[in-house]
Design a protein around this ligand. Structure first.
Ligand code: HEC
Ligand code: HEC
Length: 376
C-alpha cells in the first residue's frame, strides 16, 4: 500500500513539470513549426540519418531563395568541442603569439554551445525568426508548449536553448563506438590491413594527427581534432569567406577554419567549410598534391595565409591515399550506420551526469586582450 502511494506520488511529480530537459531539447530539434515561415527544424539541415550533417553542399533556408554559404557540419561530438580560449605560443623569433582554440561554428564565432544554439533561430538564411518574442510565442504554442507557459519571452527562449544544449550532450551524440575505438581498446582485428596501413600514414608521413589528434586532449577519448584553426587553401567557390579572421579581425587568421573531428566523416560528404570537395578520395589527393596541381584545384580565397608547411606536397603513393580513404571508414560510429529514423544509443555510454565535470561552463575570454600583433 505504502509503495503504491509513493509510486503515485513519483508518477505525479514526473508528469507535472519534469519532462527531462534533454527530451524537451529533442522535441525542439525536430520541430518544424519554429521557423519563419514554418517548415524548417534543426534536423532539416542536421539530418539524423546522416550523422546530423547535410549532404547538400549548402542548406536552403526557411525563406524560399535564401541559402547559406557553408556546409552544415555533423553535430556528433559537437557538445565536446571546448569553449573558445586563447593559447599562447612562440613564433620563430621567440615572440609570444596568441592562437585561438575551440569555440563553435566553423569560424569559431560562438564561444560555446550555449552561445551557438541561439543563432540558427534568427539567422536570415536559416530559421529566420525576427526576435525572441516571435520564438517564445512559437514555443508556447508547440505540442510540448506546456513546458513554456510561465515566464517572460527571455525566460522561455533561455529554457529552449538550455534544452537544446542538454540534448546535444546526450550519449547518442558521443558513443565512441567506431571500429577505431575497438582497435584502440586492444582489438587489433577491428581494422583490416589497409586501414591499419592508413592509420600508420595518418600518424606519420601524412602528418594528419598533428591536427586531427589521435590522443586524448580536451576529452577522455580522441576527438580527432585539436580544436585549432587553419587555412588549407580549399578551392574557392566565388564568395570570399574570411573564416576566423572575420571574427577576430586578425589578418593572419583570414581564411582559417576550425579543424573538424573526423569521426563519422565517411557519412558527411561533401567536404570542407564550403563543401567544395565531393569525396574523401579527392580530399586525400588535395592534401597530397595541392601545390603540385594548381590548375586542378583552382584559386583559393586567401592564398597569403595558406598552410604550406603541413600539406600540399606530401609525397604519398596511390596505395597510401587509398589506405587513408579506407581508414576514414573505421571512424564511423556503429549506431549511425543505416539509421531509418533516429540513431539509437549504444549500451555502456556514460550518462551526461557522469561526464558533467567536462561540461562545466567556462568563462568567456576577452579576445581583444592581451593585444595581439596585427590584432584589433
Ligand atoms: C538552414 C540550415 C541549418 C539549420 C536550420 C540549422 N543549422 Fe546548425 N549549422 C548549419 C550550418 C551551415 C552550420 C555551419 C555554419 C557556420 O559555421 O557558420 C551550422 C553549425 C551548427 C553547429 C556548430 C557545429 C560546429 O562544429 O561548430 C551547431 C552546434 C548547430 N549548427 C546546431 C544547430 C541547432 C541546434 C539548430 C536548430 C536550432 C540548427 N543548427 C539549425 C546549418 C543549419
Ligand atoms: C594543419 C592542420 C591539419 C592537418 C595536418 C590535416 N588537417 Fe584535415 N582539416 C584541417 C582543417 C582546418 C580542416 C577544415 C578546413 C576547411 O573546412 O576549410 C580539415 C578538414 C579535413 C577533412 C574534411 C572534413 C569535413 O567534415 O569536411 C578531412 C577528411 C581531413 N581534414 C582529413 C585529413 C587527413 C587525412 C590529413 C592527413 C593527410 C589531414 N586532414 C591533415 C586541418 C588539418
Amino acid at each position: 500500500m505504502r509503495s503504491l502511494f509513493f509510486f503515485v506520488l513519483l508518477a505525479a511529480s514526473l508528469t507535472a513539470e519534469d519532462v527531462p530537459l534533454a527530451e524537451l531539447g529533442k522535441k525542439i530539434f525536430l520541430d518544424e513549426s519554429l521557423s519563419s515561415p514554418a517548415g524548417q527544424s534543426c534536423a532539416s539541415c542536421h539530418n539524423p540519418r546522416t550523422a546530423f550533417a547535410d549532404l547538400r553542399r549548402v542548406s536552403p533556408g526557411a525563406v524560399k531563395g535564401k541559402v547559406g554559404n557553408r556546409n552544415a557540419p555533423s553535430l556528433m561530438y559537437a557538445a565536446l568541442i571546448a569553449p573558445q580560449k586563447l593559447e599562447d605560443t612562440y613564433d620563430e623569433n621567440g615572440e609570444v603569439e596568441y592562437i585561438v582554440e575551440g569555440g563553435l561554428f566553423l569560424d569559431g564565432r560562438a564561444h560555446d554551445l550555449s552561445e551557438q544554439v541561439r543563432e540558427p533561430f534568427f539567422d536570415k538564411n536559416e530559421m529566420n525568426n525576427a526576435d525572441e518574442a516571435e520564438l517564445a510565442g512559437k514555443l508556447r504554442k508547440a505540442s510540448y508548449g506546456g513546458e513554456f507557459q510561465s515566464g517572460s519571452d527571455e525566460e522561455v527562449t533561455e529554457k529552449g536553448y538550455e534544452a537544446l544544449v542538454a540534448f546535444l550532450r546526450e550519449p547518442v551524440f558521443r558513443p565512441f563506438n567506431a571500429r577505431i575505438d575497438d582497435y584502440w581498446a586492444g582489438d587489433k582485428t577491428a581494422l583490416n590491413l589497409s586501414e591499419r596501413r592508413g592509420l600508420e600514414v595518418f600518424q606519420t608521413s601524412g602528418g594528419c594527427a598533428t591536427c586531427h589528434l589521435t590522443g586524448a586532449a580536451s576529452w577522455l577519448e580522441p576527438l580527432l581534432s585539436d580544436s585549432g584553426f587553419d587555412n588549407l587553401g580549399v578551392p574557392s567557390l566565388g564568395e570570399i569567406d574570411p573564416g576566423l579572421g572575420g571574427v577576430t579581425g586578425v589578418k593572419g587568421e583570414l581564411g582559417q577554419f576550425k579543424v573538424p573531428t573526423l569521426r563519422n566523416v565517411a557519412l558527411t560528404a561533401p567536404y570542407f567549410h564550403n563543401g567544395s570537395v565531393g569525396s574523401l578520395k579527392e580530399v586525400m589527393e588535395f592534401y597530397n598534391k595541392r601545390d603540385l596541381e594548381p590548375e586542378r584545384w583552382g584559386v583559393t580565397d586567401y592564398p597569403e595565409t595558406v598552410n604550406h608547411e603541413d600539406m600540399g606536397d606530401l609525397g604519398l603513393t596511390d596505395q597510401e591515399i587509398d589506405d587513408l580513404v579506407a581508414l576514414m571508414d573505421a571512424f564511423t560510429d556503429r549506431n549511425l550506420v543505416k539509421v531509418t529514423d533516429f540513431p539509437k544509443t549504444p549500451k555502456g555510454v556514460p550518462a551526461t551526469e557522469e561526464r558533467k565535470a567536462f561540461f562545466k561552463e567556462k568563462d568567456r575570454p576577452d579576445l581583444g586582450r592581451p593585444r595581439r600583433p596585427g590584432g584589433p
